[in-house]
Unconditional design. Structure first.
Length: 173
């Protein structure tokens, strides 16, 4: 009785260990559920950045990583500040959660026949909800606009957020 329970507990721990951690880096465009950022250039100084967090990552962390990417783009492009003009996001479903299925089958060969019934279950062991956050922003140089709402100094923001953003391991390690 203890062996089946122990095996099930080990399997659950292994599955939980497979949850995708939230690290700061580019998302894999081939995967809908890939953790990381993606960007889309709308005009010369206007972008849309999306950050997809892993299961269990706090919503605030996901929003901060989207802002960090906007700051990096702004600095890369030679601008001083950026203004967020639109933001949206929230929880996303990365898997279907718990499920149960029943299957039957049978066969016959000569005088021998057989019949089987199977029961399958799955449980969501991902560690919590996953969040996605998208911002649209434009970049500027010099003095910040008179209306400071949604305006960020790119260098100050990057200096504040980058130390807390774990990056994925380098390839080959």
């Amino acid at each position: 009785m203890i062996r089946p329970f122990f095996a099930a507990a080990c399997a659950a721990l292994l599955l939980a260990a497979c949850a995708t951690p939230t690290v700061y880096g580019p998302a894999n465009p081939a995967s809908r559920t890939s953790v990381g950022y993606s960007e889309y250039k709308i005009e010369n100084n206007r972008y849309r950045v999306t950050f997809q967090g892993g299961p269990g990552a706090p919503e605030r962390q996901v929003a901060d990583y989207a802002l960090l990417r906007a700051a990096e783009i702004t600095i890369r492009d030679g601008y001083d500040w950026f203004q967020v003009v639109d933001r949206f996001g929230g929880p996303v479903t990365l898997n279907s959660g718990s499920s149960m299925s029943i299957g039957t089958g049978g066969g016959s060969y000569g005088r021998h026949s057989g019949f089987g019934v199977g029961l399958g279950t799955s449980f969501d062991l991902s560690g919590g909800p996953a969040y996605v956050h998208t911002i649209e922003f434009f970049e500027g140089r010099g003095a910040k606009p008179a209306d400071p709402s949604g305006v960020y100094d790119a260098r100050q923001l990057a200096a504040a957020l980058a130390p807390n953003a774990p990056h994925p391991p380098a390839p080959g390690y």
